[in-house]
Design a protein around this ligand. Structure first.
Ligand SMILES: Nc1ncnc2c1ncn2[C@@H]1O[C@H](COP(=O)(O)OP(=O)(O)O)[C@@H](O)[C@H]1O
Ligand SMILES: [Mg+2]
Length: 416
């Protein structure tokens, strides 16, 4: 008996990847045998509307991009996970509760080389709840300079809950720190030792157990920050970055998150790895964009096919037990990664992809060369760029994706 599995896409401003995801899924024409059933797959964009908590949901899995900032959807996601057993990426509870600060603390505990980091009480408080009396009674006077000394100079002062480079300042001396702190208002700020100089900035994007490592240049204009670069890390660096990304994601039950790291003296220092809604637009990722679409398809199809069970409770104890072993950090990292791979059911996922999604590479390769794909890119460009730049930047992004097709031609058995 054929069965249809429903994948819900819970979206906000995204334009390009969902459109490509839907198009490619249709063209895959999937009809696959899993556990005695023949499975077909459909996607639907989730609408925002009143619902009765007892009403069952029709989705087998949901790929969510908004619940971390859109409370109505966050609560819906929690309800469908806890009441209907639907798998959703990402886990909304750990995103809500684990700010950047928790992720720094947890990964330091596992031995990751996160730069020295301190946290400061906010500079100002709103006169609400018992804020003022609490600070009058218990706020301890402190030396900002000493707090700065504790991490070292220069360092970055940035909000403890981070995101989108908001309020991030590099400070080189106590006067600059004081000025930045004075401007921080009611925000709680981290001080973090600068990885300075660094010779490479990399981003690991994780989707389920899959990880793509990209070279990044934060000082370039937006469209050129992700670089088209190959062989910028040696095999060891590649493995380390892949493991960092997968372990962080498995630890927090995130399936779709990116990890930023800077390399100094051969060591990759992770500096920001709670990015629950990672850059996924063709206008940022260009060459790397097809990887995102294909990886989201593979992972969503796998989760929907097997009706993967939501992770309601992160399980940190086994990681902490490894952290306490008397072995080196690379040895620990290898062991953490074995836990992470098991968390993502990686062997079964790889077998599923190999058996049932073998034609994805070729279907996607074809699709990314079509006029329809170009139209989708144009729609995304038109949403971001001024009118007179739309043609130029559509060509730019489409051209980089054609370059990707050239590099992939061999994989899909086409002459380049
Ligand atoms: N410890 C650090 N060393 C060097 N550069 C840093 C450090 N922390 C932040 N930065 C720079 O500031 C940028 C924004 O900081 P980040 O922690 O990534 O904040 P956000 O969460 O807003 O992205 C980083 O991409 C990097 O360029
Ligand atoms: Mg960042």
């Amino acid at each position: 008996m054929p069965q249809t599995r429903q994948i819900g896409l819970s979206l906000g401003a995204d334009i390009c990847w969902p459109a490509c995801f839907e198009e490619i899924l249709t063209q895959l024409k999937l009809d696959i045998p899993v556990n005695g059933d023949r499975l077909r797959f459909e996607t639907e964009r989730v609408t925002i509307e009143p619902y009765n908590l007892q009403k069952p949901v029709k989705y087998d899995m949901v790929l969510d991009r908004i619940s971390h900032w859109f409370p109505m959807t966050r609560e819906w996601v929690k309800k469908i996970m806890v009441m209907d057993g639907v798998y959703v990426l990402n886990n909304p509870w750990t995103i809500q509760s684990a700010e950047k600060h928790t992720t720094y603390a947890a990964m330091m505990r596992l031995g990751f080389p996160v730069p020295e980091t301190a946290i400061l009480p906010a500079k100002e408080y709103k006169d609400e709840w018992d804020n003022l009396v609490t600070m009058r009674r218990y706020g301890k006077l402190f030396s900002l300079e000493k707090a700065g000394d504790s991490v070292g100079w220069p360092h970055f002062i940035k909000p403890y809950d981070g995101g989108a480079w908001r309020g991030v300042t590099r400070v080189k001396d106590p006067a600059a720190l004081q000025a930045a702190y004075n401007d921080s208002g009611t925000q709680i700020m981290h001080l973090q030792k600068a990885v300075d100089p660094y010779d490479i900035f990399v981003r690991g994007l994780g989707i389920g157990p899959q990880v793509n490592i990209m070279k990044y240049n934060p000082t370039a204009p937006l469209h050129a920050r992700y670089e088209v670069a190959f062989n910028f890390l040696d095999a060891e660096g590649w493995r380390t970055m892949t493991r960092y990304t997968r372990v962080i994601n498995a630890f927090f039950c995130w399936d779709y998150n990116s990890c930023e790291a800077l390399r100094q003296d051969g060591i990759l220092h992770p500096i920001d790895f709670a990015n629950a809604c990672p850059d996924s637009q063709v206008t940022s990722l260009h060459f790397h964009f097809p990887w995102v679409v294909k990886s989201l398809l593979r992972w969503s199809l796998f989760c929907a096919a097997y009706k993967r069970k939501p992770n309601l409770n992160p399980n940190w104890a086994p990681y902490l037990a490894i952290a306490d072993e008397d072995i080196s950090f690379p040895e620990k990292l290898e062991k953490y990664d074995a836990l992470a791979r098991a968390h993502f059911d990686s062997d079964r996922f790889e077998e599923f992809s190999e058996t049932h999604l073998k034609h994805l590479d070729e279907v996607a390769w074809e699709f990314f060369g079509t006029e329809r794909c170009r139209e989708i890119f144009r729609e995304k460009v038109a949403a971001l760029f001024p009118k007179h730049e739309i043609d130029e930047f559509t060509d730019h992004y489409f051209g980089l994706v054609q370059f990707w097709r050239k590099t992939e031609a061999e994989r899909v058995g086409r002459a380049s």
